[in-house]
Ligand binder design. Structure first.
Ligand SMILES: [Zn+2]
Length: 291
């Protein structure tokens, strides 16, 4: 299947998949009872909820091309699965290796072509391919890239006794810092004139989304400020892994207040294909309306 591509003014965004998996909705969102979900199912199916009522969850990277910069937003799971992770790796990835780097190259983005790597936050499924193993060594996967990490995010996780889903930090982020390729940036850092970070805290303390604005067109790469489109209809639904659930809800409510019924294209970091849509109000509920 061809990769999904979006053109926002002069900026081109390409989705490069790692995996799509089905997870029981109630297990993922404790508030997602069948009764609470019922009014939203007509628009969630078939793309975002399967016939058995499971949430479809995608893991992918997004390549943003802007002003001669090739920017990779999030680097998936790769080979770095945290041992403390209660999830089952084999439920997410078939076999021992991740297809992400091969898919990236096939999409026309060899490792050497990446100028900037941006991790929306430091959980294992966003930093996994930052590094790779060559023999006994762990080396940066993208040798010509500057790796951007929000300073707040790095300062938070590096001092945590229990890093939770950021448990792969030692092999995916610290070697980048040691190699001198890391740039610790503010949560509103501008990467190009058209592409900048935007603070969207809650899921993690230094979580950032990516705002794209070019020639009067606008898009937002969510990161994990949402995991699933149903959270636009139910912004108070959080997941166990949120650092601060109340803050995560406020972040979603801010985006809703600013963008319902406008032209913003929301591109979800964990949304299954078609992965992007606009926030519209229909019959009292907000939904993500895909093209
Ligand atoms: Zn994630």
């Amino acid at each position: 299947m061809a990769n999904l591509v979006w053109q926002i003014g002069d900026v081109r965004i390409t989705r490069v998949p790692e995996t799509v998996t089905a997870i029981p909705l109630v297990g993922f969102f404790p508030d997602a009872t069948p009764e609470a979900l019922a009014p939203h199912l007509p628009w969630l199916q078939p793309h975002f909820v399967d016939a058995d009522g499971n949430a479809l969850l995608s893991i992918h990277g997004l390549v943003v091309e802007s002003q001669d910069q090739t920017i990779l937003v999030d680097t998936c799971i790769g080979e770095n699965w945290p041992e403390t992770n209660p999830l089952d790796r084999s439920a997410l990835l078939d076999g021992p290796t991740s297809p992400f780097l091969a898919n990236l190259e096939e999409a026309g983005f060899a490792r050497e072509r990446i100028d900037v790597v941006l991790c929306t936050h430091l959980h294992f499924d966003h930093v996994g391919c930052n590094t790779m193993r060559v023999g006994d060594e762990v080396v940066p996967t993208f040798p010509n890239a500057r790796y951007l990490f929000a300073r707040t995010e790095w300062e938070h996780w590096r001092t945590q006794e229990d890093p939770g889903f950021a448990a792969t930090l030692g092999v995916t982020v610290e070697p980048i810092v040691a190699a001198g390729l890391a740039e610790l940036v503010a949560c509103d850092h501008a990467i190009t004139d058209d592409v900048r970070l935007e603070a969207t805290p809650g899921h993690t303390p230094g979580h950032v989304s990516v705002r794209i604005s070019s020639r009067g067109r606008h898009a937002l790469i969510t990161g994990d400020m949402t995991h699933h489109p149903v959270q636009w209809a139910e912004p108070a639904w959080g997941i166990a892994a949120d650092s601060d659930g109340a803050q995560a809800t406020r972040t979603r409510q801010r985006i809703l207040a600013e963008h319902v019924d406008d032209e913003l294209l929301v591109i979800g970091t964990h949304y299954a294909p078609p992965t992007a849509g606009r926030l519209v109000r229909r019959g009292g509920h907000v939904r993500l309306e895909t093209a």
